[in-house]
Design a protein. Structure first.
Length: 510
C-alpha cells in the first residue's frame, strides 16, 4: 500500500465567497499535511484551490492518485463540487473522509453536514470528522489514524439514536399524530416551490414519488415567473408592507449607502416579491411553500429572507390569521416536517409557527454544549416574542455583500427560551425517512448572545439550543445542515404521524 491520501477542497461557486475563506483553508491544509506525515502518510493534492464547479470537480478527481480521499471543508461549498468527481468509477472503492473545521465565522462544518447528507442520499459511504486543533488534538489524531487504518471512523451513536416506535408514547400523542396523518392522506397538501435546488443542496430534494406517497404534491414555479410577477407589483404595495411591519414593532436598520447598508428601496423590492409569492400561492391553491433565491436571483433582486421569515408568521403583511409553513433555499427536506409540525400544533390547540434554521456552530456555555442555530433570515418573528399580534424583537439588517450583491433585509432576532422539537426529512436507500429530537433553547445573557452573534453572522436570527443528544451525534449523523422545529414536545406525535404516513423515524435522545 502506497499510504497516500488525496486531499480536495470543495468550494462555493462565487469567487468573492471563496476568497473570503481560502486563507483559512491554506492554513488548515498545511497543518493537515503535517498530521498525515506524522502518521506515516503522504498527501496528494491534485488541485491547490477551491473546487468551484462540477466540471472542475471531474478534472480534479481525474488526477487524484491517493488510496483514500479526504474532502476538507473550511467554508461553505456546493455538494456537486465534490460529488461530480468523487462518484467516478475510478474512486468507487476508496474510503472517503469528510473533514471540517469547527468555527462560527468560517463554517466548514455547515458544508460538511450539507455535503455528507448528499453523499448519504446517493448511497456513497463516508466518514465524518472535525477539529480546530489538528495535531494538538489527541482525539482527532486517534480518529484520523482510525480512518487511515480501517477506512472509516466509527462514532458511538447507538445509545443516543433509536427507531421511532409509536408505542413508546402516550395514547393521546398516538391519536393526534395518526389523525393528522390520515387527514393529510385524505385531503392532500400542495407545496408551491418557487425555484428548485438552491446552491446544489441535493439533500433538499425529495423525489416526487416519495412526496406523493405521503400526501404531498408540489407545484414547481420557475423563478423567472416569480420575478416577472414581482415587476408587475407597484412600489406602493411594498411601502404598505413596510409601514405595517414598522407599526407592529419591527426595526429596520437603514443607512444611505446601498452597497453597504440596508435601504428602504431594497426592502420595498423585497415586499413586492412577497406580494407576488402570495398571489401565486392563492392562484395555485398552495398549503405551504418555499423559495430558492440563491443563486438564480442574486444578480437580479434583493434577498428573500425577510419575507421568507414573515411567511411563517401569523403577524405579517397581508396576513389572514394563519401562518404559512415556508422553506427557504427550496428545501423540501425542511418543508415536510415544518408542515407536519404546524398541523400537529394546531391539532393540540397550540400556536402554529414553525422555524427553519441552519445548524451553524456551537460551544460550551455554563457547562452545557450550546448549538448556535443561525439561518440567513427564514425564522418567524413569533420566536422572538411568542405573540400572534406583534413583530417586536424583529430586526432587519442588510445581508452581507460577499454573498448578497443586491442586499435586502434579514428577519433577525433572538429566539426566546423554551422546550422545542426539531426534525429533518431525508432520503436514504431510496426511502423517505425522518429524524426527530428535542432541545431546550437556553436563557443566555445579552452579552452571551452578542458573543455568539459576533462569532458567526450578527445580521441573522439566532437560537441558542441545548440538544438532548450529544454534540457528536449531530456532527456524525444528522442528515443535513438544516433543521425544522417549533416550541413544545411533539416527538410522540411526529413519530405516530410519520408511522401512519409510512415514514420511518429515528429519534435523537440523551
Amino acid at each position: 500500500m502506497s499510504r497516500t491520501a488525496t486531499i480536495v477542497i470543495p468550494g462555493d461557486a462565487r469567487p468573492t465567497a471563496n476568497r473570503f475563506w481560502w486563507p483559512k483553508a491554506e492554513e488548515g491544509l498545511r497543518v493537515l499535511v503535517g498530521c498525515l506525515k506524522d502518521l506515516g502518510w503522504k498527501a496528494d493534492i491534485p488541485f491547490r484551490g477551491p473546487i468551484d464547479s462540477q466540471a472542475l470537480s471531474s478534472k480534479v478527481f481525474a488526477k487524484a492518485k491517493g488510496d483514500v480521499i479526504i474532502a476538507f471543508f473550511t467554508g461553505w461549498s456546493f455538494t456537486g463540487h465534490l460529488t461530480q468527481g468523487l462518484l467516478s468509477a475510478d474512486h468507487a472503492d476508496k474510503p472517503v473522509l469528510m473533514l471540517s473545521n469547527f468555527l462560527g465565522d468560517f463554517p466548514g462544518l455547515v458544508a460538511l453536514l450539507n455535503t455528507a447528507a448528499g453523499l448519504r442520499m446517493f448511497g456513497r459511504e463516508h466518514s465524518r470528522l472535525w477539529t480546530n486543533e489538528y495535531s494538538a488534538d489527541p482525539a482527532f489524531m486517534k480518529r484520523l489514524q482510525e480512518f487511515l487504518t480501517t477506512g472509516k471512523v466509527v462514532w458511538d451513536l447507538d445509545p443516543y439514536v433509536s427507531p421511532g416506535k409509536p408505542t413508546d408514547y402516550s395514547r393521546t400523542a398516538i391519536r393526534i399524530g395518526t389523525q393528522v396523518a390520515e387527514r393529510i392522506l385524505k385531503e392532500r397538501r400542495l407545496a408551491i416551490m418557487l425555484g428548485v435546488c438552491s446552491m446544489q443542496m441535493f439533500n433538499a430534494l425529495i423525489p416526487l414519488d416519495l412526496l406523493n406517497r405521503v400526501g404531498f404534491g408540489t407545484e414547481m414555479i420557475d423563478q423567472a415567473e416569480l420575478l416577472r410577477r414581482t415587476l408587475e407589483v407597484p412600489d406602493k404595495k411594498g411601502e404598505e408592507a413596510l409601514r405595517f411591519c414598522q407599526s407592529k414593532g419591527a426595526q429596520f436598520h437603514f443607512g444611505s449607502l446601498p452597497s453597504r447598508d440596508l435601504t428602504p428601496d431594497q426592502v420595498i423590492k423585497q415586499f413586492r416579491m412577497m406580494r407576488a409569492a402570495l398571489d401565486l400561492m392563492e392562484e395555485f391553491g398552495g398549503d405551504c411553500g418555499g423559495t430558492q433565491y440563491q443563486l438564480g436571483l442574486i444578480e437580479s433582486w434583493p434577498a428573500t429572507d425577510l419575507w421568507d421569515g414573515l411567511m411563517n408568521n401569523r403577524c405579517r403583511p397581508w396576513g389572514n390569521g394563519d401562518s404559512i409553513a415556508w422553506s427557504t433555499e427550496a428545501d423540501y427536506g425542511n418543508l415536510l416536517p415544518m408542515q407536519l409540525l404546524k398541523e400537529i400544533q394546531l391539532a393540540k390547540r397550540q400556536d402554529p409557527e414553525v422555524y427553519f434554521h441552519d445548524v451553524r456552530w456551537g460551544k460550551e456555555i455554563d457547562g452545557e454544549f450550546v448549538w448556535v442555530l443561525l439561518n440567513s433570515g427564514c425564522v418567524a418573528p413569533y420566536f422572538f416574542n411568542r405573540s400572534a399580534d406583534t413583530l417586536k424583537g424583529m430586526h432587519s439588517y442588510r445581508q452581507a455583500a460577499v454573498y448578497f450583491k443586491n442586499g435586502g433585509g434579514t428577519c433577525a432576532g433572538v429566539t426566546l427560551p423554551g422546550e422545542m422539537t426539531y426534525a429533518r426529512a431525508y432520503v436514504e436507500g431510496g426511502q423517505l425517512k425522518m429524524i426527530v429530537g428535542k432541545q431546550q433553547v437556553k436563557q443566555c445573557s445579552p452579552a452571551q448572545i452578542q458573543q455568539l452573534l459576533d462569532a458567526t453572522t450578527p445580521e441573522w436570527p439566532i437560537a441558542a439550543a441545548v440538544k438532548e443528544a450529544p454534540m457528536h451525534v449531530i456532527m456524525a449523523d444528522f442528515p443535513s445542515n438544516h433543521e425544522a422545529g417549533c416550541y413544545g414536545d411533539h416527538v410522540g406525535e411526529m413519530v405516530a404521524c410519520c408511522d401512519r404516513l409510512g415514514i420511518p423515524t429515528r429519534v435523537y435522545h440523551a
